[in-house]
Write a protein that binds this ligand. Structure first.
Ligand code: HEM
Length: 317
């Protein structure tokens, strides 16, 4: 038997061994289910993985995002506010076509407005691609997202309990454009559409785009941040009510360097199209909010369409 110190160090290293074996065993048991799943996932193509850590190390590698960064840099000038001003021509043209098309449907009989909104958004995005035909842009990025959100905004403002919000939007538009129901809307006009802005933001809170990692659907329903989360209340987005809100509590366009490059494009497009619709028509839903069924694809879509009754507000010019 050696000295007292030798005995203490022998016992200490024995314990270390026992603890290590126990830890390995616990990790083995805990990851058993994951290993079964990974066996199936081996067939899915992707970056190489290592045991326990998977492919998390590839996130630490600085050259990892070079391809994305180059493309993002190349696309960013396309969404400069001066270029967006030029896109306003396309937004106005297609909003006019949509407003004119709705004339035939404005008889107070219910119909599904979703395909009409989708065609308008598709015509806008195709117009934009023709405009920048030589660019390398994401082909159908940006029409399904805007069409879904415009259609949802129409529905939210059409519910019986939300008619007052629709009236406030219409009063705001009358204040900006007076009797002109077919104006050429500029970015400067759009910046005056405060209440419509709140309504679009409130719709994006309740019906955001879905992402795989973060459920913005649940995040936007946190009652600590948005009291009575199921109530459609556009005034949540007034500057006084937004004071102190964590910027990551509301992320319909995601956040950080990989956020939506098209968010200003989307909001400008939506405000021009929706303002022309609400200037000219009244919308009334034939469904209740609690009866609306949704399908969660990349974008949340209505399962049974957006069924509304439309009536003319004033005679079109
Ligand atoms: C209401 C409309 C829109 C919503 C809610 C929306 C939402 C989003 C979100 C959440 C992301 C992040 C996706 C992720 O991290 O996986 C994203 C990315 C992106 N969006 Fe949008 N978007 C909209 C409209 C548009 C439009 C109109 C365009 C183009 C004209 C566009 C182009 C893009 C692009 C290129 C990315 C990828 C950015 C990158 O990875 O650097 N989006 N969008």
């Amino acid at each position: 038997m050696g000295s007292f110190q030798e005995i203490v160090s022998w016992v200490g290293s024995e314990w270390k061994l026992v603890i290590t074996i126990a830890l390995v065993f616990i990790i083995y048991c805990l990851t058993k289910r994951d290993r079964r799943i990974s066996k199936y996932l081996e067939n899915v193509p992707g970056p190489p993985t290592i045991p326990l850590l998977g492919n998390v190390l590839s996130l630490l590698c600085p050259s990892y995002a070079r391809k994305w960064r180059g493309r993002r840099k190349m696309l960013t000038p396309t969404f400069h506010f001066k270029i967006l001003e030029e896109f306003s021509v396309i937004f106005n043209e297609q909003a006019d076509v949509f407003t004119e098309t709705l004339k035939q449907k404005a008889d107070g009989k219910p119909f599904n407005i979703f395909p009409f909104v989708a065609r308008c958004a598709l015509d806008i995005i195709c117009g934009m691609y023709i405009y920048i035909i030589n660019s390398q842009i994401f082909r159908y990025w940006g029409h399904d997202t805007t069409s879904a959100n415009m259609a949802w905004t129409i529905l939210m403002l059409s519910f019986h309990e939300n008619q007052r919000h629709q009236k406030l939007v219409q009063a705001e538009l009358d204040g900006i454009f007076g009797d002109d129901k077919n104006p050429n809307i500029t970015s400067s006009d759009v910046s005056k559409m405060k209440y419509l802005d709140y309504c679009i933001k409130e719709t994006l809170r309740l019906l955001p785009r879905i992402t795989v990692a973060i459920s913005s659907y649940l995040l936007h329903r946190d009652p600590n941040v948005f009291p009575k989360p199921e109530v459609f209340d556009p005034m949540r987005f007034s500057p006084e009510n937004s004071v102190g809100r964590n910027p990551f509590a509301y992320v319909p366009f995601s956040a950080g360097p990989r956020n939506c490059i098209g968010q200003r494009f989307a909001l400008l497009e939506e405000k021009i199209v929706l303002s022309k619709l609400f200037m000219n028509y009244n919308f009334q839903s034939v469904q209740k909010w609690e009866d609306v069924k949704m399908v969660s694809e990349i974008v949340i879509r209505p399962y049974d369409g957006i069924n509304v009754k439309v009536t003319k507000r004033n005679c079109l010019k």
